[in-house]
Design a protein around this ligand. Structure first.
Ligand SMILES: *[C@@H]1O[C@H](CO)[C@@H](O)[C@H](O)[C@H]1NC(C)=O
Ligand SMILES: *[C@@H]1O[C@H](CO)[C@@H](O)[C@H](O)[C@H]1NC(C)=O
Ligand SMILES: [Cu+2]
Ligand SMILES: [Zn+2]
Length: 167
């Protein structure tokens, strides 16, 4: 089946600590909305920060998706804003909030967002999807890291977003 005209597809395979594994599909509709679907397994029960980081570099594992291991961030942030919730006007483009894992450690993901295109100058292709150890406080936690990373803790799993054939 041929993809509808104007749709673009991406894929990311998530690999992380303690056998965390996942597979994500990205579908950009012609209207500019990208739909992220998939599942991540092997997580601790609860909420985990879920972001697009600027760098698709896993030279030293998921820590390389940030500038240095001592500098938190950066989330993909082409508009130079503070960290926030996906529904906020003030947010990094890469701020996708949290994913929720059940008692079985599985998080089912279905996120629609208009700031993560697969084409154009602000494309997320070649960047990293990162799953964090802790919940993202969505910029509201009052912690010194709330406005940069949501204080979501360690980067426990990640994957690079690649273009996928549409046939
Ligand atoms: C974009 O198109 C998709 C698929 O048809 C639809 O689910 C979504 O609601 C649309 N979004 C907007 C903002 O129009
Ligand atoms: C990544 O950074 C964390 C500290 O945030 C550290 O505990 C961990 O060992 C680092 N992992 C690697 C593979 O360097
Ligand atoms: Cu992150
Ligand atoms: Zn952010």
């Amino acid at each position: 089946m041929e993809a509808a005209k104007g749709t673009v597809k991406g894929v990311a395979i998530i690999i992380g600590d303690n056998n965390i594994r996942g597979s994500l599909q990205f579908l950009q509709h012609p209207n500019g909305t990208t739909h992220v679907t998939g599942r991540v397994t092997g997580l601790s029960q609860g909420f985990h920060g879920f972001h697009i980081h600027a760098f698709g570099d896993t030279t030293n594992g998921c820590n390389s998706t940030v500038l240095t291991s001592s500098t938190p961030g950066p989330h993909f942030n082409p508009f130079k804003k503070d960290h926030g919730a996906p529904s906020d006007d003030k947010r990094h483009a890469g701020d996708l909030g949290n994913i929720a894992a059940g008692p079985d450690g599985v998080a089912e993901i279905s996120i629609r967002d208009r700031q993560i295109p697969l084409t154009g100058v602000h494309s997320i292709i070649g960047r990293a999807v990162v799953v964090h150890a802790d919940p993202d406080d969505l910029g509201r936690g009052g912690h010194e890291l709330s406005k940069t990373t949501g204080n979501a803790g360690a980067r426990v799993a990640c994957g690079i977003i690649g273009l996928q054939s549409s046939v």
